[in-house]
Ligand binder design. Structure first.
Ligand SMILES: [Mg+2]
Length: 282
């Protein structure tokens, strides 16, 4: 009897699986009561996955090997390394978790988070920077945090995490009205032989001509041989220039529009037609 019942239940489940209509694949969700919930998997991955941790080790191990190779070569200028801060040196994922939980977005309370100076150093960065420091390599932290209001808290946070050369000569934040990091990069390059740039966003390496999905991919294809060499890229699935490109760089659009645009670029498999296509149907 039990066996028959089990079989009947399995059969029902199998029929349901076989004949479930798969007709709404291309239909976007319109539930944007809390668009922040769309970031849960990204933040969960960043905070819990050993794979994320391993990618940071991989990035900083590669950076260490590059540095050792360079230091074996003579240079007419002193050596330096240039790093972004957020999601490169310091882990701000607790802010991302706060934002998704409360359905708010950057910059709401971002400044408070920076002033709290509670961000932890990411895996691998401390050993890499201590080795650089021990070899008299100059370290430049080039970040778009606000120079006038966030320098002191940033230096405090970096110092408390045991990271070297965290002072006003080496923590180069964004001045009011400044656009991008190219001026600060040039400033370092004029005096130093930069071994490598380390970041989680293309703008940590150069400024793409157009921050569009195709433009960014073209940029990376052109510079493909730099990655793992002059450029060390670290993982950030939570936010970045890639997200901005999806919105055509307009964060002022509604949450509903953002959600639609996010889905509109997905390539999806449609079992009804046995083909892969892009949703784009909005
Ligand atoms: Mg960053």
């Amino acid at each position: 009897m039990k066996k028959i019942k089990t079989f009947a239940l399995m059969s029902t489940a199998l029929i349901a699986m076989t004949f479930s209509p798969i007709t709404n694949v291309a239909q976007a969700s319109t539930d944007t009561d809390n668009i922040g919930t769309e970031n849960i998997m990204s933040v969960a991955w960043f905070q819990t996955s050993s794979e994320a941790r391993a990618l940071y080790y991989q990035g900083y191990n590669t950076a260490t090997n590059n540095m050792r190779n360079k230091l074996a070569q003579p240079s007419d200028r002193p050596y330096a390394v240039v790093l972004d801060i957020d999601e490169t040196v310091l882990d701000n994922s607790p802010y991302q978790a706060y934002a998704l939980k409360n359905n708010v977005s950057y910059p709401t309370n971002w400044h408070n988070w920076i002033l709290s100076a509670q961000a932890k150093a990411l895996p691998g960065v401390k050993n890499f920077l201590n080795l650089a420091n021990a070899n008299e390599v100059s370290i430049f932290y080039v970040s778009d945090r606000n120079k006038s209001t966030e320098t002191d808290a940033t230096i405090k946070n970096l110092t408390e995490q045991g990271l070297p050369q965290a002072d006003k000569d080496h923590v180069l934040l964004k001045s009011d009205g400044e656009s991008g990091k190219s001026t600060r990069r040039s400033q370092v390059e004029s005096q130093y032989n930069v071994i490598e740039y380390i970041g989680d966003n293309l703008t940590d390496f150069n400024d793409p001509e157009t921050n569009s999905i195709d433009g960014r991919n073209d940029d990376v294809n052109t510079d493909s041989t730099y990655f793992g060499d002059k450029y060390i890229i670290l993982p950030n699935p939570m936010y970045g220039g890639w997200e901005s490109a999806i919105y055509n760089n307009n964060y002022a659009i509604s949450d509903a529009e953002k959600s639609k645009l996010r889905q509109s670029y997905l390539n999806y498999y449609d079992p009804n037609t046995d083909s892969v296509t892009q949703i784009k149907a909005f």
